[in-house]
Design a protein around this ligand. Structure first.
Ligand code: PEP
Ligand code: MN
Length: 354
């Protein structure tokens, strides 16, 4: 296992260096020939078949490639070196927006992932009540934490496996896929058993061993931006997951630390169009953790959709004062329903569906 990880780390250093864009009318035999040539050069091809054309990412040692006239192979239209440190996540790698499927729900390419639920799973009754409200309001993915990354070791840490079981059964009862946080590589098999999407929390965005292990699954990932992470850092973390073979990454802007202390974090709304220009991956916004304030969440949720986000993540609780985690920022179900009504109008205006 250790050697495998070491090898993978080595692999990662020698990562995609070029994108080969094939001509629109390239035949399967020509594609096969390009792939064969890449293998012969000791490099690894990563074929991505689009609606109109095929592109091939080339992984390997840069030095091996430079001398080779790949441009001369029949069917090759362009050979583009990728200068960015993130490769598979880059916009160059795919002009087309990636759509991630979470159960029956799609996120990206015009489909909005509307994630809602309590911060932590507290009991079947409470989760079931909240799920009923958010589903009715239009949410399509249920959230709830079973392993909570709390600042204090004395705060509620989550119900663990019992919480995961509750989440799964409540999600099924309301016909909603579920997302929950995984904090440690050792939790992956257990969490994977009960969830449709892994959440990587802000505090774990650069837990690279966790990212590598998650990359070896096919379960979709909600990758939250670290509180001191740049947009480039976020894309590099996504690259860790993608480079291990899991293409199902949804990014999440959830605010970053700043000097401003009237909000919990500083919501970087420009991250949405910024990421869209730099990457093909979907990006959603979490105004709950970004602002920490129920009075600001509705406006920021709407701004997210207007900015082009592929979804909104909101914490909802039927009794915030009794919530075991993040109560002060939770929206009450009627308020959530109101926001969702507004978002529906915006979604229609921008041609988005959910
Ligand atoms: C959460 O979603 O409850 C959470 C802890 O989020 P973040 O990692 O963004 O702080
Ligand atoms: Mn929370």
């Amino acid at each position: 296992m250790k050697t495998l990880l070491a090898l993978r780390a080595l692999d990662f250093q020698r990562i995609i260096i070029m994108i080969i864009v094939l001509k629109p009318d390239t035949t399967p035999a020509e594609i096969e020939h390009v792939v064969e040539r890449i293998h012969q050069l000791g490099l690894k091809p990563h074929v991505s078949t689009g609606e109109h054309r095929t592109i091939i990412g080339v992984i390997g040692d840069e030095n091996k490639l430079q001398a080779q006239p790949l441009q001369a192979i029949p069917g090759v239209e362009q050979v583009l070196p990728i200068m960015k440190p993130f490769k598979l996540a880059s916009r160059e790698f795919s002009k087309k927006d990636t759509v991630v499927s979470v159960g029956k729900v799609k996120i990206g390419g015009g489909a909005l992932g509307m994630i809602a639920g309590p911060c932590a799973i507290e009991s079947r009754e409470v989760l079931n009540e909240i799920a009923g409200h958010v589903k009715k309001a239009g949410a399509n993915i249920l959230r709830g934490g079973a392993f909570k990354p709390r600042t204090s070791p004395y705060s509620f840490q989550g119900l663990g496996e019992e919480g995961l079981k509750i989440l799964r059964s409540v999600g099924d009862a309301h016909d909603m896929p579920v997302v929950t946080e995984v904090m440690d590589p050792r939790q992956i098999p257990l969490v994977e058993k009960y969830t449709d999407m892994f959440q990587i929390g802000a505090r774990n965005m650069q837990n690279f061993d966790l990212l590598k292990e998650i990359g070896q699954t096919k379960t979709p990932v909600l990758m939250k931006r670290g509180m001191s992470a740049t947009v480039k850092d976020l894309l590099m973390s996504a690259e860790y997951v993608l480079s291990e073979g899991n293409p199902n990454v949804v990014l999440c802007e959830r605010g970053v630390r700043s000097f401003e202390d009237s909000t919990r974090n500083m919501l970087d709304m420009s991250a949405v169009p910024n990421v869209k220009g730099m990457s093909h991956l979907p990006i959603i916004v979490d105004p709950s953790h970004a602002t920490g304030r129920p009075d600001l969440i509705p406006a920021m949720a709407m701004a997210s959709v207007a900015a082009g986000a592929d979804g909104v993540h909101i914490e909802v609780h039927s009794c915030p004062e009794k919530a075991l985690s993040d109560g002060p920022q939770a929206l009450l179900p009627p308020k959530y329903a109101e926001v969702m009504k507004q978002i529906r109008k915006l979604a229609e205006l921008f041609g988005k569906t959910y």
